[in-house]
Design a protein around this ligand. Structure first.
Ligand code: GLV
Ligand code: MN
Ligand code: MN
Length: 379
């Protein structure tokens, strides 16, 4: 992770950014200055962390596209009437700790101090991990940005789904990012002998969770546009001949609106209670993340649309099922995203994730177009 941050920071310097730093939360921040110091700043970027066994483009594409644009501005010796700040966010995926959006959260003043006491699977606290990485935790509150000094936030991202690929369209205009909630849960029953405990006397925690896994699948499908995933399901110290006494599991629940997400969450929590009652189990649920749906700011969406139109590429508007750093910046400034078509049916969170140089170049061209458009507006 730290080597990756170093590598990005060196490449930013090579591109001609005026200032490059790795900040207190681990974000890599590059600034390319405006013609005048008192100008406002365009904020952009994406994350450089990834899921376990993920692909190469999720996140990184949104760092490298604006870097390519800045490299070109620098090559031309050109300054715009606004500063450009490109951020490689240190953490977006929420893999090692329950906390997530650590990088973009810090920029909006939403890095929660209690997160520092969370432990990873090996018992290492977030505080210890960050200190070990040489980060100055005390300085994180200073990373909060003043929205009055910013024009807005734009993010380029690989689509991570099959839509653009099926339509044979290279770029997508994001209209809104789905709202989400994550829970870390545990079902607790009674561990007992697998050979001697009759079926009607068991309090099998894993069977309770299995029942829930099938329920969430049906409940999300009922909405049509909601999704629900149990990505982690673990019987701690389970044995082949022991009825599972505990079962830990995660829930990732998303929908296009907060209301639709909250209705699904309520039904799923009620179902956990019902299953526990029926099976004589106890349980705990801990909300690990809740991100509001983030509709694109109309004027920024319009700038992406004008850029895509100018490239002669078909204009296709779509919601984002995946979460993005833009959801956090959305809380303090206008934002809009551009999607780039993925290959292999748009698969993501998988090493098969891919895109083409041609499609990525189109996103660089669209980004440059937005920069030029903004430059004209700021004249
Ligand atoms: C991030 O990739 C997410 O949507 O979970
Ligand atoms: Mn991801
Ligand atoms: Mn991503």
């Amino acid at each position: 992770h730290r080597a990756c941050a170093q590598r990005i920071s060196h490449w930013m310097r090579d591109c001609g950014f005026d200032e490059v730093e790795i900040d207190a939360v681990g974000n890599v921040v590059g600034r390319y200055k405006a013609a005048t110091d008192d100008a406002k700043t365009l904020l952009t970027g994406s994350h450089y962390d990834t899921v376990r066994n993920g692909g190469k483009y999720d996140g990184r594409l949104g760092i490298f596209v604006p870097m390519a644009c800045v490299r070109e501005l620098h090559r031309q010796g050109r300054r715009l009437p606004f500063h450009i700040e490109v951020v490689g966010f240190a953490e977006e995926e929420g893999q090692r700790y329950k906390a997530t959006f650590l990088g973009s959260g810090a920029l909006i003043g939403d890095f929660k101090q209690e997160w520092l006491e969370q432990k990873d699977a090996d018992g290492i606290t977030l505080r210890e991990a960050m200190q070990h990485a040489g980060l100055c935790i005390d300085d994180i509150p200073k990373l909060q940005r003043d929205p009055a000094r910013y024009l807005g936030f734009i993010e380029v991202h690989i689509e991570q789904g099959p839509v653009l690929n099926e339509l044979d369209i290279p770029l997508g205009i994001v209209t809104s990012i789905n709202g989400s909630a994550r829970y870390i849960c545990e079902m607790i029953g009674m561990a007992s002998h697998a050979g001697t405990t009759p079926m009607d006397r068991r309090r099998d925690a894993a069977c309770g969770v299995a029942e829930l896994a099938l329920y969430i699948e049906k409940r999300a499908a009922r909405d049509g546009t909601s999704v629900a995933t149990m990505g982690q399901l673990n019987v701690p110290s389970g044995s082949v001949n022991v009825v599972p006494g505990r079962c830990q599991f995660s829930l990732d629940l998303r929908a296009p609106t907060n209301e639709q997400r909250d209705a699904m969450v309520a039904d799923i929590l009620a179902e956990i209670e019902a299953i526990a009652q029926r099976r004589g189990l106890r349980y705990s649920t801990e909300l690990a993340m809740k991100a509001a749906a983030a509709p694109s700011a109309p004027e920024w969406q319009q700038r992406w649309e004008a850029a895509v139109d100018a490239l002669g590429v078909p204009l296709y508007r779509m919601p984002s099922g995946a979460g993005h750093d833009a959801m956090k910046l959305h809380e303090i400034m206008p934002q809009a995203m551009l999607f780039v078509r993925g290959l292999n049916a748009g698969i993501s969170h998988n090493p098969l994730e891919s895109s083409t140089a041609d499609d990525m170049q189109l996103s660089v061209d669209a980004f440059s177009h937005v920069l030029n458009q903004l430059a004209q507006e700021q004249q």
